[in-house]
Design a protein around this ligand. Structure first.
Ligand code: ZN
Length: 459
């Protein structure tokens, strides 16, 4: 046995579906978990060749998986603070039309940095907006470069909008593509960036944006294209009542029935939000094996409603967690999303709606299932990728809380102490390994001012 090998010891180890190991240890060889055990690692197996990291006072979890984001939005946070989704979108679309690939790279770096610092190791990013005068491939390459820089895995949902205002859609014409452009560029993104290997750092899915910004034809054709290329499908669905009114008025049906009729259905699809699903639709989701990316903070920020996640999970629907774009979730931190998910679920569906163990599952294994990646990530088990996060649970914030998951989920949302992707540290002692956070904060501020000036929203 050669290569890199190390041991995380002395911490509480939490993984979906198994009791806490307290203390436990995790052994890593190269980019995979070699073993997970209870107590002290035996000296007979773990000789002096193994580097030991003492993580006493910490909780170790699988790396969190963010199943829905829009990284380009990190540069436009805090705008339209009191608006509905449609008002918020119509305020922001014209501003986003001024984004450059350089701004997208800084915005993505910042978004990915916030995720890494909050324990995330894989992010699904829905990139659906491409201004007319920008090279769209350069735009997504900027995101890929940012993910490589920060060190996280990126699942890029190459989205598109083709229903500009002149066609009865919500976005202005300068941020939409034609159907032919969108399909050709989607295929190009898959061909050039999608890596099917089990330990890939970049994968690509296809995802028309939403029923009110993408045409029926784009939905139908991109479903066909994704299936011919063997990649997954993603879209926004049933986020607000406005969306429901939109599809009822134009197509005479609710949003899910509408996209289903266009091929958006099945185990290769995960949808963002699913706030407004009725009982029948929940049963149909379970039957089809379609997953949900639950984004509670964004849904709260935009007053969209609260997705019935407990009902979905009891009904057999797989649910993962996402932060959604940072323009509707200014914090955009994964660990805070767990806290929010639990509180929202109990507020809506009662005190037994969601347990701390279930919310851990949602943020890890549930996310991996959304992305069809559950054979490699989402659990701490031998053979899985060494994507992990360690969290301090011994400071004043948690002092006297003797249930580690209660501290982690119910207590104050927190940053990760350390994060590993492929067994390689991305965050150490609460700081990014490969990026200077202070420099990045300055760059984000400078570029966001430039963007607001370009969009006439700042002098
Ligand atoms: Zn979204």
């Amino acid at each position: 046995m050669g290569g890199r090998r190390f041991l995380l010891c002395g911490a509480v180890v939490a993984s979906p579906g198994v009791p806490l190991r307290s203390p436990g240890y995790v052994a890593v060889v190269d980019n995979r978990i070699y073993d997970v055990g209870e107590g002290t690692p035996p000296d007979t197996v773990y000789t002096s060749e193994w580097r030991r990291l003492d993580l006493s006072g910490c909780l170790i979890t699988p790396g969190l998986i963010c199943t829905h984001h829009h990284l380009y939005q990190t540069i436009t946070r805090g705008l339209a603070p009191d608006a509905t989704l449609f008002e918020w979108l119509t305020t922001l679309y014209p501003l986003w039309a001024h984004l450059t690939p350089e701004m997208v790279e800084i915005s993505s770096q910042a978004g990915l940095a916030l995720l890494a610092l909050s324990g995330c190791t894989t992010v699904a990013d829905h990139a659906y907006l491409f201004p007319k005068d920008v090279d769209p491939f350069e735009w997504i390459q900027a995101e890929v470069a940012a993910a490589q820089r920060v060190g996280l895995r990126l699942y890029l949902a190459r989205g598109a909008m083709d229903l500009g205002r002149s066609q009865g859609g919500l976005p202005p014409d300068e941020v939409v593509e034609t159907i032919d452009e969108a399909l050709m560029r989607m295929a190009q993104a898959v061909k050039q960036l999608h890596d099917p290997k089990p330990d890939a750092h970049v994968r690509v899915a296809l995802g028309p944006c939403s029923p009110f910004s993408a045409s029926s034809q784009l939905y139908r054709e991109s479903a066909r294209l994704a299936r011919s290329l063997g990649v997954r499908l993603h879209t926004h669905l049933a986020e607000t009542m406005d969306e429901e009114e939109y599809t009822r008025e134009r197509f005479g049906v609710r949003p899910y029935a509408y996209v289903r009729s266009l091929g958006f259905d099945g185990p290769d699809l995960w949808v963002a939000h699913a706030v407004h699903l009725d009982e029948e639709e929940i049963a149909a989701f379970a039957e089809a094996g379609t997953s949900v990316a639950h984004c509670p903070t964004s849904n709260g920020r935009l007053g969209a409603g609260i997705a019935p996640v407990a009902q979905m999970m009891r009904g057999g629907v797989n649910v993962g967690l996402g932060v959604d774009g940072a323009a509707s979730n200014e914090g955009a931190q994964m660990q805070a999303e767990l806290h929010q998910a639990l509180l929202f679920a109990r507020a809506k569906e009662g005190p037994t709606a969601l347990s701390t163990q279930e919310v851990l599952t949602m943020a890890t294994l549930g996310g991996a299932r959304c992305l069809g990646w559950e054979a490699e990530m989402g659990k701490l088990e031998p053979g899985m990728l060494a994507d992990m996060a360690a969290w301090r649970i011994d400071s004043l914030t948690d002092s006297g809380i003797h249930d580690p998951l209660a501290a982690w989920v119910l207590g104050t949302p927190r940053a990760a102490e350390a994060v590993w992707v492929d067994g390689r540290p991305v965050v150490q002692s609460g700081r990014l390994v490969d990026l200077d956070m202070e420099v990045l904060a300055c760059e984000l501020d400078t570029h966001s001012r430039r963007l607001l000036q370009a969009g006439g929203m700042m002098r």
